[in-house]
Write a protein that binds this ligand. Structure first.
Ligand SMILES: Nc1ncnc2c1ncn2[C@@H]1O[C@H](COP(=O)(O)OP(=O)(O)O)[C@@H](O)[C@H]1O
Ligand SMILES: [Mg+2]
Length: 504
């Protein structure tokens, strides 16, 4: 790898640009540490020599399918290569055995059809164009040939395409390990159909992504000794609970709420629902509709997916009753009560929603009301009941809604797992981890903090494997190797973990 020191007058270089990230140009003057560059867009830029990177003028015009083939493995070189390939509709590129996918933001059915699956089946890695199927194929072959379990980690920022990629991996594994023509529902069919169900309850529109997963997911696909899928388990973590009660414009709440509001007339009547605009938990954002999504059709599709996954009609009924109850609960408002720091149900409308909530949850309305406007504290000596002011009653209400929703979600996952069934005799599995995207807001909630912490832990795991181990290998073999610099956040992770240990 060339060092910046090789840069001389006449060198072709990459230099930072506020508009396009990196722009190429030619060095026409060097004075001490300052490099003067005439860029290809006709500007003259001066920068410190450490901020300027050599450009490979002999790079193939169509880019390279594996970045280890690049002469210079630096940020502008990598980005240039990905951009060149993307222009040519090549969304996949390797870096050794890591696959980089650039979100195409359009359906590319020809990339994922049965013909493609046949092509990648058993093909040597690197022989065909880079593809997500090739990664799954390697994992599967290693499992069959070496008898070891594997995990595939899908990572990237929010909206990058993690969940779509995870689904493609699952689809390909189902293709490899599936059984054809078995009566009824097959394990792989159930695994695939669990996606729409989980997405209806765990995904929402965010600023970045109309179908953003608000939970992490680790899918274990278990195989028998013949390499056939014999069971599966879905593990989820860190569902974003706060979204149930609080959404920012133009985001949406979880899809299931809108689907239910678009349900057939008899269901709407049964649950006493109205338009999404009439519910506090939904109307905090002006966005209720998603472009290109028909909630009426989606509702029917979800009910069908639930059938396939093994959720009975009666259970489906109960699930949507809970969803409706949460919407009604959010419309229960409070007014100041006669005593200080006390509250009452605000008006007839709130009373109606309280009664509806109680009816749907099959609990006593008076009991529910008391639970919302009073707090019970148990001390060793006595049980103290204290009234709550309206603001505190709202906190109770929202806390109840969040808890009910996250328990419903956990119940759904458990139900799907029981229904798909695990294979206790399975020796090998392939895990696919769809991590919950790292995000950094102006103000990050505790939930976001936990998510980001998880991401950092996984990044660390990735670093251990990819960089640290590689570098140790090179050092051991005494190969001259200029260390790739990467940001190591281990210190921060240690800090958070140590604080956590102290507190618990
Ligand atoms: N391979 C792909 N083919 C077509 N569209 C894709 C692909 N990957 C991502 N997308 C599009 O990008 C959107 C966001 O992708 P998603 O996987 O949900 O992101 P993430 O999980 O990383 O937040 C998807 O809803 C889809 O429209
Ligand atoms: Mg996702």
């Amino acid at each position: 790898m060339a060092s910046p020191d090789n840069i001389i007058v006449g060198s072709h270089v990459w230099i930072e640009d506020p508009g396009v990230a990196w722009i190429d140009g030619e060095v026409f003057q060097i004075s001490r540490h300052q490099v003067h560059v005439r860029t290809t867009n006709g500007k003259t830029v001066v920068a410190n020599i450490s901020k300027v990177f050599p450009k490979d003028t002999e790079a193939p015009p169509g880019g390279v399918d594996d970045m280890t083939k690049l002469s210079y493995l630096h940020e502008p070189g990598v980005l240039q290569n990905l951009a060149t390939r993307y222009e040519l509709n090549e969304i996949y590129t390797y870096t050794g055995n890591i696959l980089i996918a650039v979100n195409p933001f359009q359906r590319l059915p020809h990339l994922y059809d049965t013909h493609m699956m046949e092509q990648y089946k058993g093909a040597t890695f690197g022989e065909l164009s880079p593809h997500v199927f090739a990664v799954a194929d390697v994992a599967y072959r290693a499992m069959i040939n070496e008898g070891k379990s594997n995990s595939i980690l899908v990572s990237g920022e929010s909206g990058a395409g993690k969940t779509e990629t995870t689904k493609l991996l699952m689809r390909y594994l189902a293709y490899l390990g599936g059984r054809s023509a078995i009566e009824g529902r097959t394990v792989e069919q159930q695994v695939l159909e669990s996606n729409p169900v989980l997405e209806a309850f765990g995904n929402a529109k965010t600023v970045r992504n109309n179908n953003s997963s608000r939970f992490g997911k680790f899918v274990e696909i278990q195989f028998d000794k013949n390499g056939r899928i014999s069971g599966a388990a879905i593990r989820t973590y860190l569902l974003e609970r706060s979204r149930v009660c609080q959404i920012n414009d133009p985001e949406r709440n979880y899809h299931c709420f809108y689907l239910l509001c678009a349900a057939p007339h008899e269901d709407i009547k049964k649950y006493n629902l109205g338009s999404p605009n009439s519910f506090h938990y939904l109307n905090q954002s002006k966005c209720v509709k998603l472009d290109g999504v028909d909630d009426v059709e989606e509702y029917i599709a979800i009910r069908r997916a639930m059938d396939i996954v093994g959720i009975s009609e009666q259970e489906q009924e109960a699930i949507f009753r809970v969803v409706a109850a949460i919407l009604h609960l959010g419309n229960v408002d409070f007014a100041k009560g006669p005593e200080i720091d006390s509250s009452v149900i605000k008006d007839e409308k709130s009373r109606f929603h309280l009664n509806m909530t109680a009816q749907l949850l099959m609990c006593d309305a008076q009991g529910l009301e008391n639970a919302l406007i009073k707090r019970v504290m148990v001390t060793p000596e006595e049980i103290i009941t204290r009234t709550l002011d309206p603001a505190s009653a709202i906190v109770s209400r929202d806390g109840l809604a969040k808890t009910i929703y996250s328990r419903l979600f956990d119940w759904l996952v458990e139900k799907i797992n029981v229904s798909i069934g695990q294979d206790p005799d399975s020796k090998h599995l392939i895990g696919v981890l769809d991590i919950y995207g790292f995000e950094s807001f102006k103000c990050n909630s505790f939930e976001q903090f936990c998510i980001n912490f998880t991401n950092e832990k996984l990044q660390q795991h990735f670093n251990q494997h990819v960089f640290k181990m590689e570098q140790e290998e090179y050092t051991k073999e005494e190969i001259n190797w200029s260390y790739i610099e990467f940001i190591d956040n281990q210190d921060v992770l240690d800090l958070i973990e140590k604080v956590h240990e102290k507190l618990t």
